[in-house]
Structure formats: C-alpha cells, structure tokens
Write a protein that binds this ligand. Structure first.
Ligand code: ATP
Length: 551
C-alpha cells in the first residue's frame, strides 16, 4: 500500500511537552523517520509495518487481521468506526479506519493530528488510543464482502471501546437523564477538557457524538481530528472554520482567527443546555442563522458587553439590525438556579469573560445537593451510538411506510377481490398485526468486564438516580422494559419541547425529560467539507407548548 507523505503540516504537530500525568508514558521518540517530513512527524506516515515508535514497538506493526470486525458503530467524515474483537485476547475495541479516498491528498492531516495529540494525552476522561494497525491488502467489511477501498489497504486507529456516545444515548427512546447524572457527565466533560487545556490542546469539536460513555458511567472526550495545540503566549492565527455549527461560538462565527480554550467552553455550554432542555438550543442552518439564534438568546454583542467585538472581521456584516436583549434567564427560567448561573457563564458572548473549565468545576452547581452521582451507580444501557440510533430510526420509518402500503393494499383487496366470508378466514393480511421490529444494538460483553453476558447484563430497572422511559411509540429494540422515572410524567415521546420536568428544587429524584434526539448535529467545518448539517429530523411534533420561540 502506498501512503503518500504529507507536506506543510505546520504547527499542528508541535505539542507542548511534557504533558502532565505522562509519567507512565515515556516521551515519544520516533523511529523510521522520513526525510520528507517535518521534524517529529514521521510516526504516522510510514508505510505499513513501519509505524513503530520507541515507546511502543508494536505500533503499526500489527495487521488489522488481529481483529475481527463485529459491527459498524460510526461513520465520520474521516472514516468508518467498527466495534471489533481482538482475536488473541477477546478484548473488545473500536477500530477507526482512516479514510484515504483521495490519494493525491495523502494521509489525512486530521488523522495525523489525532494520533499525535492522543499519544500525548493520558487521562481517564480522554479516549485512549491503544495502537495503530494496518491492512496491507484488499479488505473486507463485517460481512466479509470487499469494502470497495480502491487503495487496497488501510490504516486503523485502535481505541478502547465505549458503549455509547452522548447523542446516541440521549436519543434512546424515552431516555431521561437525572440531575445527578447530568452533573456527573458534565463534571467528567469539564475535567477532561480542563486536562486538555492545561496541556495546551484545544479540542475544537466538542459535541454529543464526540463524548463517549461506557457502561461504567465514564465519559471520555473523543475525536481529536480537529484538535490542535496552542500556546498562551503565541497569539498566531488559527483556522476559523472549526467546531460543528450548532456548537460554534460567536467569535468564530464572526470570523476571528485568534482564539483559545474559550471556544471549547461555548460548546460545553451548548451541551449543558441541551442536556437540561432536552434538545439542541442553537440548531442553525447556516452561519448567519446560527449567529442570529445566538443573538436572540444571548443578546446582541456591542462594545460594552464585548470590548473589541467591532474589530472582529465580519462583525459589521452580521451585527443585528435591531437591539436584542439577553434572554437566557427568561427562556430557561425553569432550570435550577445554580444550573442557570453556570450556563450564563458558559454562554457568555465575550470569550475573555467566558468561564474556564477549571472555574466551572468549582461552580456551586457541582457542590450542592443533589451532588453528581458516582459514575458506577448509573444504569447500564444497551449500546447506543448516534450512527445506530439514526439507522434504527430510518428502519422504523421504512417499516411504518411498508405497513402503510400493506394496509392500503389490504383495503383494496377487501373491496375488489375477496368475497366477504373469505376475508376473515384467509388471515393472510392483517394490517393491524404487530410488525416484527428489527432488533438493533449489539450484545457483546467487554473482555475486561468478565464474561460476555449479552443484553442480560442490563438491569431490568434502573437505579434510583437515573433511568429511562421506553415509549411505546418509538419502536422496540431490545431495551429493558418500560420504567417510569422520578417525577416524569411517563409516556413522553422521547424528545420533549418546553419546560422539562426538571426539578426546580433539585431533589435527587428530579429528572429532565426527553433528550436531544436530533437526527444529526452536523459536522465541524474544516476546509469547508465538515460544515454541512444533517437535518434535525426530530420530532418537531410537540412544538406548540413551548416558551422557546427564540429558536
Ligand atoms: N472508542 C470508541 N468506542 C465506541 N464508539 C466510538 C469510538 N470512537 C468513535 N466511536 C463512534 O464513532 C462515531 C464517529 O467517531 P469519530 O467522531 O471519532 O469519527 P470522525 O470521522 O472524526 O467523525 P465526525 O465526522 O463526526 O467528526 C462516534 O460518534 C462514536 O459513536
């Protein structure tokens, strides 16, 4: 397999060193350097079998054949993600295939960035990159069919496997997170991000599908394809088109190229609000609409609330034509006081006044009752990744359409063909018969979690601090039985608009109802090709009862 070398890698590979917590991981010194590469960049670009580093001699030397692909669990801009089993140990891992569709562009820079950065970051809230494996020849997909890769080979990143991503989890039918659960996830998100920021790494694509969660309740930041290192004293220009549109902060939308960790904190604010509110709060269709959604809720920026804003490149193009007051408190008045206080600080227009991850962790919200729960106390759910939940919804739609067609056919037959007495005897068409639903999800136990127990390892009921409702109208995968939770009204259609039944008093039984179940949250833009948004094909079905006409 030929992997063209990359040129012009710029400063993407200059990671500050040493990274804290790295004592177990000796400083990277790379073998097999190519003379065509900038200093320190050889590792990820050597031919298969030569991706070795001195710290881990096996990196890149093993073939993907050491793993058995079980199921596709993700489809990103830069390649497919599979759940796989290491044949020798039985360990379940995630294989992220690096897409190399365009031979001329060579090995994707995003993959090199991701590898370089992840090799340096070691933290319990950051996904662990275990190794790189290669495939020297034509490849097969999970069903053993040729996968159509025209370059007859590939490179894979091997990650620890995580059962869910936050979007997939939130999108489960009737899913409801409890207050302690939201606090628990938010605290882990902030802890992981704080670790990245102190190690001078910007993530630049924080969104639900990049927050992975395992069945021990651990949350880890993933997808460092857009991440880069930054330096506090070096105020150089950075790429402007980063971060998925809905989670992109106003300074980027206004065209700034000088930014720092505050960009990630805006995205965290969007996720936080989404968890509390039950759906994405700024689902803009394009940059202009994105900004206007932000201004309608957070007010219009001016030199008073954001000194220097008028000098940002596109300020004059986008500044609102009418005065807009900040309405965050009013729009989310049903949130708990401490949650709202923290959200205000995250969704601050001026990045220099926006709260840092470190200060957010000190916020009252995390230190008053109900406290964040212990991750281990969280219920275990059937695996749910955004890719799969979308697929299931699609299957459900197809099913519904097929059922409708059958019903129509049946009615036509009744009218035209069968004599009345036979209709009842034939039994061949029963439009109201329950349809056999395709069971989604998968049932593999993790090697480290003891013997594989399939879906039986999921409890029949959640614990007192979390839970979910299974809504009868949202299909029936192999989920645990319906379970009412907290003060929720039950029978919610999964995606609730309007004030969630989030406990004002913050009692530990309080819950927010529904979960952001957008059909997709789009991709971060970079070089223009990550900017497209999926449709939010979520139920806009209960849009009437809402106080959210700012959206
Ligand atoms: N380690 C993992 N364990 C389980 N699932 C994973 C893992 N890594 C990724 N996934 C799944 O695959 C999806 C896509 O992964 P990832 O975001 O890393 O790919 P990408 O090509 O960079 O995607 P995007 O274009 O959305 O940025 C994730 O949302 C997640 O559902």
């Amino acid at each position: 397999m030929h992997i063209p070398f990359l040129a012009n890698l710029g400063d993407a590979f200059t990671l500050p060193s040493p990274v804290s917590h790295s004592h177990n991981h000796p400083k990277i010194s790379i073998s097999g350097r190519s003379p065509e590469l900038p200093s320190g960049v050889a590792m990820a670009i050597a031919a298969p079998g030569q991706l070795n580093t001195t710290e881990s001699p096996t990196w890149g030397s093993r073939s993907v054949d050491c793993f058995e692909k079980l199921e596709q669990i993700g489809e990103g801009t830069y390649g497919q993600v599979y759940m796989a089993r290491e044949i020798r140990t039985g360990e379940i891992v995630a294989l992220k295939k690096i897409r190399m569709d365009n031979e001329r562009e060579g090995f994707p820079i995003t993959a090199i960035r991701e590898i370089k950065i992840l090799k340096k970051l070691h933290h319990e809230n950051v996904i662990k990159l275990k190794e790189i494996v290669t495939s020297p020849g034509p490849e097969k997909d999970e069903q053993g069919r040729p996968d159509g890769n025209k370059y007859k080979g590939g490179i894979y990143m091997v990650f620890e496997y995580m059962d869910h991503d936050l979007t997939g989890l939130a999108d489960r039918p009737g899913m409801r997170f409890s207050v302690p659960q939201i606090k628990c996830y938010m605290r882990q998100l902030l802890t992981g991000l704080h670790y990245c920021h102190v190690n001078q790494v910007l993530h630049r694509d924080i969104k639900g599908s990049n927050l992975l969660i395992d069945n021990e309740g651990n949350l880890k930041l993933a997808d460092f394809g857009l991440a880069r290192s930054f330096s506090n004293d070096h105020n150089g220009n950075l790429t402007n088109r980063v971060i998925t549109l809905w989670y992109r902060p106003p300074e980027l939308l206004l065209g700034t190229t000088k930014y720092g960790p505050a960009v990630d904190m805006w995205s965290v604010g969007c996720i936080f609000a989404e968890l509390l509110h039950g759906k994405p709060i700024f689902p803009g269709k394009d940059e202009a609409k994105q900004l206007s959604k932000i201004f309608e809720l957070c007010g219009a920026p001016d030199e008073i609330n954001w000194p220097g804003v008028s000098k940002i490149p596109w300020y004059n193009n986008f500044k609102p034509t009418r005065p807009l007051k900040r309405r965050l408190r009013e729009a989310f008045r049903h949130f708990d006081r401490h949650a709202l206080e923290l959200l205000e600080k995250m969704l601050t227009l001026d990045p220099s006044q926006r709260i840092s991850a470190k200060d957010a962790l000190d916020a009252e919200y995390f230190w008053i009752d109900p406290l964040p729960c212990d991750p281990k106390s969280l219920p275990k759910y059937e695996a749910s990744h955004e890719f799969q939940t979308k697929k299931k919804r699609q299957q459900q739609r197809q099913h519904d359409e097929a059922a409708k067609r059958q019903k129509i056919q049946h009615q036509q037959q009744q009218h035209s063909r069968l004599p009345p007495p036979m209709q009842q005897q034939s039994g061949q068409m029963r439009p109201n018969a329950p349809m056999q639903l395709v069971a989604g999800g998968h049932h593999y136990g993790k090697a480290r979690g003891g013997p594989s127990s399939g879906s039986s390892r999921y409890p029949q009921g959640g614990n007192s601090s979390g839970g979910y409702n299974h809504h009868p109208n949202r299909g029936s995968g192999p989920y645990p039985p319906p379970q009412a939770y907290g003060r929720g009204s039950g029978g919610i259609s999964g995606y609730v608009v309007g004030p969630p039944n989030y406990s004002q008093g913050g009692g530990s039984g309080g819950s927010y109802s529904g979960a952001g179940s957008a059909g997709g949250r789009g991709n971060a833009a970079m070089g223009g090709n990550r900017g497209q948004q999926y449709n939010n094909n979520n139920n806009n079905n209960n849009n009437n009862n809402n106080n959210n006409n700012w959206q």
